[in-house]
Write a protein that binds this ligand. Structure first.
Ligand code: MCA
Ligand code: AMP
Length: 503
C-alpha cells in the first residue's frame, strides 16, 4: 500500500455514499462527502508549504471538519498534532515551539492569543471554528475534491501526542502508522466491531481514546458515529436508542448512573459499553450491571502505546481488572529496581512490547531511553499484577500522576506555578478521590514565615498558565510538608490526610 494509514482508514471509502457521521443537527455526512473535504484541506496544507513529515498542530473544537484535518494530514503525509482545547496560550506555545510545527490551526476566538505564538515559532496560523467556518475552509473552498495521496511507509510517523512528565516538561510521543493501524485492527476484531455499528462518540478527539481508539476502530469496521461535540447528558440519553456501542471515561458512566432516565429499557438494544483512561471502580461496574444488565468492558492503554489490555468480549469481564494483553502485545510485571520479571500474583511495574508501542519522545533521547528499553519493552509507570486467571490488575502508579475525568495531570507542573507565588515557600500537589472526576487536584501550601498568601490571587495566577482542568479545586495550608528520612515529600500521607475532602 502506498500510504497504509490513509488507504486503510479512509482511502477505501472515496466516492462511497455510506453513512459516516451523524450530527446533532440531524445531518449525516457520508464517507464520500467527508473525503472530498479531506482532499480540499490536503491541497491547502500543501499550498501553505507543509511537506511530508512536517508537523501540523491544531487546537480546535470537535467537529466533522476537525476530523477532516486529521485525515488530510494522513493523506498528505503530515504529522498530526492535536492539542487539548483547554490549554492556555502559554501551554500551546510550548507544544508549537517544541514540535517545530509548520502550521497551527486554532479557533477564530483564539487568534489574538495564538497569533504571537505562531509568529514566534515561525508557524503559519489558520482558523477553523466549531461551526466549520474559518480561514482554512475558506481557502479550501475552491480546491479540487480529489488529492493524490502522498506515499508513506508503515514505519513513518503519523502523529505526535504530548504527554506531561514528572519533571513538568511535556514530551511528544511519536506514533507511527503501524502503531495506530495495528492497534485499531486488533481492537475492532477483539470487540467485534462491524459495518452495522453506530458508535456514540462524546469523547474529545485530541486524545488517544476519542481519536485513535473510537474513531479509528469505527473506520476500520466501516461503521458510523453519532458525533457529539462533547459529553452532554441529555443529548446522550436522547441518542442512545440509535447507537449500538459507546466508549467513555469512568466519569461518563457515573454521570449516566446519576440520571433516572438511564435505565435498562433505554439501552437494552446496545451491544457494547467500553471504559478506559482511568480506573473504573468495581462499585460502578456493579451498579451499571444492576441498572442495565450490561457489563462494562474495561481496557487499559496509554498515549505512548495505544491499547495494551482488554477484558474479553465473550468471556468474563471482571470488575477491577483490565483484562488480558491484546493479541500481539506482550506484557510483563517487573521489579522496579532490578527490572527482573516477577511471577504472577506479585505486584510490580507493568511493561509492554508490541507493534502498538511508540517510537520514542520527540528530541528527547534520554527520556526515551529511561522508559523504552533497548529490547522494545516500554516501562509504563503503572503498577500492577497478573492474577491467577491471567487478568491484569492495575494497583497503583509508580509515577506522580493525577487522572481527573480522564485527563492526566502532572503535579510537578502545578507545583512549579504554586511555588512561584508570593508568600509561598513550597507546595505539594496531590490527587484525592472525587465523586464525579474520580480524582481531583488539591494544592498543599507551606507559607513563608509571617506571610498570608491570597488564595484568589494564586488561582488567578494559575489560570494564566495552566488549563482549567489542572487547577487545584482546593488550596490548604500546612505548617510543613511531611518528609521521609531522604527529605522526599510523603505524598501518600497527604493523600490520606485529605482523602475525605470531596466525599
Ligand atoms: C472539565 N473540567 C474538568 C475536567 N473537564 N476539571 C477537571 N477534570 C476534567 N476532566 C472543568 C471545566 O473546565 C469546568 O470548569 C468544570 O471542570 C466543570 O465542567 P463540566 O461541565 O462538569 O465538565 P465537562 O465539560 O462535562 O467535562 C467533563 C468530562 C470531560 C466530560 C469528563 O473532561 C471529558 O470529556 N473527559 C474525557 C477525557 C479523555 O478523553 N481522556 C482520554 C485521554 P469551571 O469550573 O470553569 O466551570 S487518552 C488516555 O488517557 C489513554 C490513552 C487511554 O487509556 O484512553
Ligand atoms: P495517558 O498518558 O493520557 O495516555 O494516560 C495513560 C494512563 O492512564 C495509564 O498509564 C494509566 O495510569 C491510566 N489508565 C488508562 N486506562 C486505565 C484503566 N482502565 N484503569 C486504570 N488506569 C488506566
Amino acid at each position: 500500500m502506498a500510504n497504509p494509514l490513509f488507504d486503510t482508514l479512509f482511502g477505501r471509502y472515496v466516492g462511497q455514499d455510506t453513512a459516516f457521521l451523524h450530527l446533532p443537527d440531524g445531518r449525516t455526512i457520508t464517507h464520500g462527502a467527508f473525503l472530498e473535504q479531506v482532499a480540499r484541506f490536503a491541497h491547502v496544507f500543501v499550498e501553505l508549504g507543509a511537506q511530508p513529515g512536517d508537523r501540523l498542530a491544531v487546537q480546535i473544537e470537535k467537529s466533522p471538519e476537525a476530523l477532516a484535518v486529521y485525515a488530510a494530514c494522513a493523506q498528505a503525509g503530515i504529522i498530526f498534532l492535536p492539542l487539548n482545547t483547554a490549554y492556555t496560550a502559554d501551554e500551546v506555545s510550548y507544544f508549537v515551539a517544541n514540535s517545530g510545527a509548520r502550521v497551527l490551526i486554532c479557533d477564530g476566538s483564539k487568534v489574538d492569543a495564538l497569533g504571537p505564538v505562531a509568529e514566534a515559532a515561525g508557524a503559519v496560523l489558520e482558523t477553523l471554528n466549531a461551526d466549520g467556518t474559518g480561514t482554512l475552509p475558506d481557502k479550501a473552498e475552491d480546491k479540487p475534491a480529489v488529492f493524490e495521496t502522498v506515499p508513506r511507509a508503515a514505519g513513518d510517523l503519523a502523529a505526535f501526542l504530548y504527554t506531561s512528565g514528572t519533571t513538568g516538561r511535556s514530551k511528544g510521543a511519536m506514533l507511527t502508522q503501524t502503531n495506530l493501524l495495528s492497534n485499531a485492527e486488533v481492537l475492532a476484531d477483539y470487540w467485534q466491531f462491524g459495518s452495522g455499528d453506530v458508535l456514540l462518540h462524546a469523547l474529545p478527539i485530541f486524545h488517544t481514546h476519542g481519536l485513535f481508539v473510537a474513531t479509528n476502530i469505527t473506520l476500520i469496521a466501516g461503521g458510523s458515529m453519532i458525533f457529539l461535540p462533547r459529553f452532554d447528558l441529555d443529548r446522550i440519553i436522547a441518542d442512545l436508542p440509535r447507537a449500538t456501542s459507546m466508549m467513555g471515561v469512568p466519569t461518563f458512566y457515573t454521570r449516566l448512573l446519576g440520571d433516572d432516565r438511564f435505565d435498562r429499557e433505554l439501552v437494552q438494544h446496545m451491544r457494547l459499553f467500553v471504559s478506559g483512561s482511568a480506573p473504573l471502580l468495581a462499585e460502578t461496574h456493579a451498579r451499571f450491571e444492576a441498572r442495565t444488565g450490561h457489563r462494562i468492558l474495561e481496557r487499559y492503554g496509554m498515549t505512548e502505546t495505544n491499547m495494551n489490555t482488554s477484558n474479553p468480549y465473550d468471556g468474563e469481564r471482571r470488575a477491577g481488572t483490565v483484562g488480558f494483553p491484546l493479541p500481539g502485545v506482550e506484557l510483563k510485571i517487573t521489579d522496579p529496581g532490578s527490572g527482573r520479571t516477577l511471577p504472577d500474583g506479585e505486584v510490580g511495574q507493568i511493561e509492554v512490547r508490541g507493534p502498538n508501542v511508540f517510537r520514542g519522545y520527540w528530541q528527547m533521547p534520554e527520556k526515551t531511553r529511561e522508559e523504552l528499553r533497548e529490547d522494545g519493552f516500554f516501562i509504563t509507570g503503572d503498577l500492577g499484577m497478573i492474577d491467577s486467571r491471567g487478568y491484569v490488575q492495575i494497583v497503583g502508579r509508580n509515577k506522580d500522576l493525577i487522572i481527573s475525568g480522564g485527563y492526566n495531570i502532572y503535579p510537578k507542573e502545578i507545583e512549579l506555578v504554586l511555588d512561584d507565588q508570593p508568600g509561598v515557600l513550597e507546595s505539594a500537589v496531590i490527587g484525592v478521590p472525587h465523586p464525579d472526576f474520580g480524582e481531583t487536584v488539591v494544592g498543599v501550601l507551606v507559607t513563608e514565615p509571617g506571610a498570608a498568601p491570597d488564595p484568589d490571587a494564586i488561582m488567578a495566577a494559575a489560570g494564566q498558565s495552566l488549563a482549567r482542568f489542572k487547577h487545584p479545586r482546593k488550596l490548604v495550608v500546612l505548617p510543613e510538608l511531611p518528609r521521609n528520612a531522604m527529605g522526599k515529600v510523603q505524598k501518600n500521607l497527604l493523600r490520606t490526610q485529605f482523602d475525605g475532602l470531596f466525599k
